[in-house]
Design a protein around this ligand. Structure first.
Ligand code: ADP
Ligand code: MG
Length: 233
């Protein structure tokens, strides 16, 4: 028997003899050791989540907190199924392109997928990029700003609010390179956008739009209610 250093309770453990002295083989009881492992896993998952760089405004966005309103019930089911298949190790050929009106829940769903993947699979890496913010950071890094994260090599990248950026041929080239790289690396992308295909093609350029069509399955996330307006009310 020994006294647990964690909870102070007596617990059964073998004794070991070292240099003529007897010591308990374990210093913590099973319950405390189990708790340590769980806490450690939790910490590791927290660290992995930080690396995805989801803005803290979306902290509460999970599948559980997404209300299944009739307009977006199908989108919710498709996103859940996609995440489930990725977790199960299915070789997914296509990512998702979530299209719909502002406030319908596109970013919420994209973040819920990321959360599900990162918390359930410690080998998968993912990155959240808000496209306009990423382009701005890239532009500023040519001065003395810190360069934004490089999406190359991540298993999954979210391109949030594609088409909302200030369009210039420079921005188009950056997006083209990013999308082309995803295609060449055969890696997954989730796009959220407010724009229909012709409109999106006008913004990002035809070659990028046609690649995105191959890379991502289109999902409608249209809701009569703007959740942002509802939250504000
Ligand atoms: N079905 C829903 N259930 C719960 N919250 C929602 C739902 N749809 C949207 N929201 C919330 O409304 C806000 C706007 O949603 P967001 O995903 O940012 O919209 P979008 O990216 O489509 O413009 C967020 O705070 C989000 O969590
Ligand atoms: Mg959004």
């Amino acid at each position: 028997m020994a006294k647990c250093l964690g909870c102070g309770r007596e617990f059964a453990t073998e004794q070991v003899v070292l240099l003529g002295q007897t010591f308990p083989a374990e210093r913590y009881c099973d319950v405390c050791r189990e708790g340590e492992i769980v806490e450690d896993e939790q910490r590791q998952a927290d660290i992995r989540w930080t690396r995805v760089r989801v803005p803290s405004a979306y902290d509460g966005c999970t599948f559980e907190t997404f209300e299944p309103v009739p307009d977006t019930r199908n989108a919710l089911a498709v996103c859940k199924q996609w995440a489930k298949e990725l977790r199960a190790g299915t070789d997914l050929r296509q990512g998702l392109l979530l299209r719909g009106n502002p406030g319908a829940g596109k970013t919420h769903l994209a973040v819920a997928i990321l959360r599900e993947i990162i918390w359930s699979d410690q080998r998968k890496t993912a990155l959240f990029l808000n496209v306009p913010a990423w382009l701005n950071a890239l532009r500023e890094s040519y001065g003395d700003g810190e360069p934004p994260p490089n999406p190359s090599g991540y298993d999954l990248v979210v391109l949030d609010d594609l088409g909302a950026e200030d369009w210039s041929s420079w921005a188009r080239d950056r997006i083209y390179n990013l999308v082309n790289q995803r295609e060449q690396q055969r890696s997954l992308v989730i796009v959220t956008t407010n724009h229909e295909w012709p409109d999106l093609a006008g913004r990002v350029g035809g070659p990028t739009a046609s690649r995105l069509r191959r890379l991502a399955r289109e999902v409608h996330v249209d809701a009569r209610d703007d959740f942002r307006a509802r939250d504000a009310a």
